[in-house]
Design a protein around this ligand. Sequence first.
Ligand code: HEC
Length: 150
Amino acid sequence: MSRKPQASTLPQEDHVSAWPGRWASLALLTAACALAVVLPDPARAGDAEAGAKVFKTCAACHNVDTDKKKVGPSLKGVIGRQPGSAPDFAYSKAMVEFGAGKTWDVALLTQYLASPRDVVKGTKMAFAGLKKPEDIDNVIAYLQGFSAPQ
Ligand code: HEC
């Protein structure tokens, strides 16, 4: 007895209450599309915060916030400078020769950090390289924070 009126009103209520929900999801969808257009390609843009964690593996040998060398040269301002050109660091002959006419930019660093000893044969950087492409992108984004904008 009491079921019948319920059955006939329910669909109506559903229909009415569903609309604000639909508008809300439409608005969200629109916002998501707008964001996707504004944000840079997430596949290539590194995340500097994640890069700070990756840099811990470099920090044994490199400073980035001061010009002081460690086992390796300071990486402060490395992006935009010629490989093998930090003053007061005794680079390998291989790194100095490799650097002639080149500049550390994102592309060159991406190659180097994947496999330093393949890219600069004879380098004295005793580091096998970063395996994950996102680690490379992220650590480069971190280094960019300590270099002049390119
Ligand atoms: C075991 C020590 C060590 C580790 C770990 C290490 N490096 Fe190095 N790095 C060196 C040394 C030594 C050199 C100088 C190489 C040469 O002269 O051949 C160097 C050179 C470099 C250069 C070239 C700098 C210039 O002035 O031309 C870059 C860029 C670099 N390292 C980045 C990194 C990054 C990024 C990491 C971490 C992912 C890292 N290195 C890890 C020791 C290290």
